[in-house]
Design a binder for this molecule. Sequence first.
Ligand SMILES: Cc1cc2nc3c(=O)[nH]c(=O)nc-3n(C[C@H](O)[C@H](O)[C@H](O)COP(=O)(O)O)c2cc1C
Length: 147
Amino acid sequence: MKTVIICYSRHHGNTRKVVEAIAQGHDVTLIDAAAETEADLSVYDLIGFASGIYFGKFHESVLKFAQKNLPQGKNVFLLSTYGGGNGTKAIEETVKARGAQIVGRFGCKGYDTFGPFKLVGGIAKGHPDQTDLENARRFFDGLSVNC
Ligand SMILES: Cc1cc2nc3c(=O)[nH]c(=O)nc-3n(C[C@H](O)[C@H](O)[C@H](O)COP(=O)(O)O)c2cc1C
């Protein structure tokens, strides 16, 4: 299954760790949404959007990438890391507007030192951990079976 994952991961590289765990041993192309704004996604069977949660949403670069490049009617999965709580509403609306089908969602905690959290040494320290990465791999393997 030819898969592409469009990722934004800058705060601590948390989301990138999860994406790389998934990509290992699979036919997965990675696109950094901060570095690339255009790509032909029509050749992929499965498209993942991955991001840390920034102010309750996937990062703007991922939302814009999806708006611009997501072909109609694709199978899409969502992957996110967050300090406190997930926020997939905006990306879900964006991909559904492109007629895409969301075939899976994976989220886990990611080390967060934003704003006041820095003063207390951050929250969700140590995440994503080995269990998070294992869960992410299992999630992705499950997707491959279903698609
Ligand atoms: C500017 C900024 C805003 C954030 N906003 C949220 C938020 O609204 N909700 C939340 O749970 N975490 C928030 N976080 C924490 C990140 O989602 C979390 O650390 C995530 O794992 C970062 O992913 P990354 O290292 O892949 O960029 C924020 C972090 C930053 C730097």
